[in-house]
Design a protein around this ligand. Sequence first.
Ligand SMILES: Nc1ncnc2c1ncn2[C@@H]1O[C@H](COP(=O)(O)OP(=O)(O)OP(=O)(O)O)[C@@H](O)[C@H]1O
Ligand SMILES: [Mg+2]
Length: 356
Amino acid sequence: MPFFNREKDIKYLKAVLSGEPNLVYFVYGPINSGKTTLLLKVFEELPENYRVFYINFRWRYVEEVKDLIQVLFRVKGESEKLSVFLEKILKGGVELLGRLGGIPIPEEVFELLFRRTEKVEDVFAFLRDYFSIVVDKGYSPVLVIDEMQTIKEIINASGRPVIQELFNFLVGLTKESHLCHCLCATSDCLFIESIYTDARLEGRAKYILVDDLEKKEAFKAYEGFGFKNKEVVWKHIGGKLGDMVKLYEDLKAEIEEEKALGNMLKTEISRLSALLRSLRYAPLEVTIREKRFKVGYEDLLRALAVFKEKEKLKAEEIEEPVLIGGVKENLFFYNPVEGAVRLQSRLMWNAVNKVI
Ligand SMILES: Nc1ncnc2c1ncn2[C@@H]1O[C@H](COP(=O)(O)OP(=O)(O)OP(=O)(O)O)[C@@H](O)[C@H]1O
Ligand SMILES: [Mg+2]
């Protein structure tokens, strides 16, 4: 499969990881823009002494602290002292950790610490010690949490959101003790907004947008994918890498370029029409600070019609419940850092133009 080298983004992320850990980084962007792929690429190219601990909360449905522990850790063989265990594991290199996924610990430690604990504080205290050992052994740890939003609803035994504890932990690893680089990725822009406006994270976090490609870059990527009529492809799918991969797969299956693009648009139109149809009977329900709103067919139609004229809007230009509803239905991409809203993809923009 062709790979498009996002040089600028890779360079930036490498620079972020080259210094002392000071801030928690949130990598965000529209759906299928290539966030996860970009991160994994950067990790391959890190200096020899870096060790990446990659966790993806999509791996497992997390409902309570017990599940969280299962996602975080990967039990790896024998029972031995953590320090001896880490000595061996760390020597294994980037590759080994990458393939494992999760944070490797010996079975005995897992049993001892977690089989009976419900306390997320214990987990984080353990992890702080863990990363200290990694640093003492001369390595630079990088902790990566992908799809972090999936745990936003989980409540701790003490009644506090687990994610709050997780943020405190990450701030402790970066700004306070400079132990470990921390990167979190998500395509949930409402989640990013809630973090962005959280006073507790002000000055402790930074936001990196991994967006769909600009035209010039996209054309370079098209070249790699072997697309023929670049202007036509651009008109249909723009710079979304996820859509380029879909088109590429179709071409491989010997479907003609224009036909494949036409099919992609048809699918998108069906998705949009189905949503609009269902809204005629049951509106979306949106809650803003405990107040409930209904977003119906007409509301969404009005907002979508505005996008026909303008590709990008200021958040204030859309009624808040409609904005939230549209984001939840994956129609809109909202960038809270810029305060701007647009449709999730060029393909969706085309679908809107056909349907409305
Ligand atoms: N640089 C790239 N070159 C080629 N293909 C890519 C590149 N980046 C991403 N892709 C492809 O695009 C698709 C989406 O990528 P990826 O899963 O990394 O996006 P994402 O932004 O993490 O998505 P999500 O919003 O679901 O988290 C995948 O099929 C991936 O292989
Ligand atoms: Mg991803």
